[in-house]
Structures are given as structure tokens and as C-alpha cells.
Design a protein around this ligand. Sequence first.
Ligand code: PAF
Length: 265
Amino acid sequence: MQIVRTISDLACLHESALVPTMGALHEGHRSLVRAAVASGRPAVVSIFVNPAQFAPGEDLDAYPRTLERDLDLCRDDGAAAVFAPEVDTVYPGDASVQTPPLPAVAASPGLEDACRPHFFQGVCRVVARLFDLVRPAEAFFGEKDWQQLRVVTEMVAAHQDRWPSLTITAHPTVREPDGLAMSSRNVYLSPSSRDRALALHRALSRASEGEPAMRRTLDAAGLTTDYAVIRDAETLLAPTADRPQRALVAASLDGTRLIDNAAVP
Ligand code: PAF
């Protein structure tokens, strides 16, 4: 497996299957890597803790960094290369880095866009840059970050001239046996917070009873809820009966903010 740190070394990896990550890999990431390998294209995993998507006061400095272990996991899963650039490589500070305008789904739903107003600007900036540098044929994103998946899908659809043959492939959320969605931030949870965090999954399983039932489930576990909503699965605006719907929750406990989502049956 190649470990790539410079832009020039990426040249032989164009048309690959890209899995963008911020490292601290868990089973959720590994399922994306394995799907990328199964695509038959060389699988490239990018590992870059993107400062642009953290606001001052968020967990940029504390964010888990486990590069050596991540490299071992990527090797075990059959990745052809890991792209682990420095900040200056991704953001050289000149006009060559063009962040596309945000799609509506990054600014209108009042979900992550309202709770973390800097977030999608930072995600689109880094993902657009990674697509320009790696020039993959396919890129894999987890459904756990549903709004992010929708934002990236819409961004690529709106810029066919920039990424003409790039496909975005979604992969289902990977959960612990008790239902907790895998997340790099789960390492922040103490054993007792981890038990309470299961309320997110329980809230989603009550989505067919409506938003108040979801919110009550989070309240009962003592979580601070940012949102517990049912939305149109694509636009993330108000749902209509004739289109697929998605339940989405975001809540904090003991200083850790978690998100999760599920299809509404
Ligand atoms: O989902 C993530 O880990 C990040 O937001 C991403 C897509 C790798 C961009 O930094």
C-alpha cells in the first residue's frame, strides 16, 4: 500500500475509488474502504483532519489522531493507497483552491447548517479539493452523516463540468450490536454516557410515532437535543406523504455531540 503525501504522487491514482476520512478509523469507515476495494478500482483512503470544518471552541485539537493504526487497517482492508496530506498541501493559500457555492441542502434545512454554521462550508471546501487532487471515478460516503451525504451529492450534481464522471456512492450506517451508530467521537463517551447515547437510536426507532415521541426519548435520557425531526429524505425540508422520509437526530451528552438518522418506514 502506497502512503502518499504530495500532490505529484497522486497522478497514478486518478480514476480510483476514494474514501474521504478524518482518520480514527472504525468499522463504519472500514465498510466504506471494503466497498471501495470491491468496486474493482484502486481504493484510495484520504486521512485529513480538516481544520476548515471545525469552529473555534470545537474539538479540532482533541480530535482523535491514530495514523499508524489507521494505516494498518487500510492495508488489512486492501486499500491501494492512503493520501495523508499536510494542511499546506490541501490549503496552499492561493487562488488554485476554488470552493463551489453551497447547494441549498447545505443551508436551508435548519439542521447541521443551523447548529454548525461553518460546517458545510468547510466540508465542501475540503471535499472539492480532494476531488480535484485525487480525481476519483467514485467516492464513498457513509449514510450516518446524512445531510453531509446529501450536500456532497448535490455539490457534485451541480458541477458536472468540474467532476464530469464522478459517482457518489452511499453506504449504510454501521452500528454496534446494541444500535449505537459508529462514530469517531464515541471514544469521548464514558461507559455511563455511552449507555445514555443509545437514546439516539431509540428515538429513531420511534419515528413512526412522530417528532414529539422522538424528542421525549432523548429528553428522558437527559440528552440536550439540537433537533429530532422527520424530513424529506432528499431536500431535508418539510416531508410530504408521497416521497421518502428520513428521521434525523442530533443531541449532546457530557460534552459530546452525536448525530444519527434512519429511513422512516
Ligand atoms: O465525514 C467526514 O469524516 C468528513 O466530514 C469528511 C467527509 C472526510 C470531510 O473532512
